[in-house]
Ligand binder design. Sequence first.
Ligand SMILES: [Zn+2]
Length: 297
Amino acid sequence: MEGVLEISELTHMRIKFMVSGISLAIANGLRRIMISEVPTIAIDLVEIGENSTNLSDEFIAHRMGLIPLCSDGVVDVMLYARDCVCTGFCAACSVELNLDVKGITSETQLITTGNLNSKHKLVCPSIQRLTPDNSTPKPSDEIVIAKIRGNLGLTVRCIAKKGIGKEHSKWSPVCGVGFDYDRENFLRHTVYDTPADWPDDEPWKNIEEDEDNPRPVIDYTYKPNFYFDVESTGAMLPENIALKAVSIFIEKIRELDAAFHTYFDNPYSSSATEGVIPESVTTESVSTPKSFTIFTD
Ligand SMILES: [Zn+2]
């Protein structure tokens, strides 16, 4: 079936698009990959130098980890720390960020992501990315990490690493992904089979059926459109999240395809002609079961 893609809304934080020609399973697979398998960069190690704020070290470390960092253009060339040859962290698998703030007045002072200095010019708190109209973000848009007063202070060294949402939700590039389908309810995925069990707001529950007013039957041939709504955390531009999710999906199918071909080593797979059913199939080509590791990420 020929598929269609229509982008209905695109901002620096959100993309809405409609896809047709795919199944519900594919659409849901895409949604789940966006949530948990598109890699981003997030703070993973926090070394507290001085902390005289009223928040505990663990609390500060947790807050630092949840700050979305711009990952576009960097995360694809960065190595996962587990794949790197270094023993701790290095420039190939991590980015260092530092924060050093001392209270200077008796008034309440905010420590925000604006005080975080990154050693990589592209990997910064996402709020510092230029806004769509290229205006500089306002200081009030920065994420507050802690509040201090007097001579209190906070000194922190952070190491950001590449990861995916399956490991920890701080690496998920989205705050929400959803899709709407079957708006006319042709597939009846939302109602019970028996009208008596339907919820009260089901339009056909209390309508008398007759010849002039027949109740619609389930349309099993109905091919729904999928209306996606993807909201980014700011770690990646929304169009890059969708593009990366599709390429991860394709890579998974390739791995599965290669694993099947290697396993079965099927002579019919290369010589078979489409539409011609072989007269007999033997199982001689199926050798002793082997196992393959796929989908390691
Ligand atoms: Zn390394």
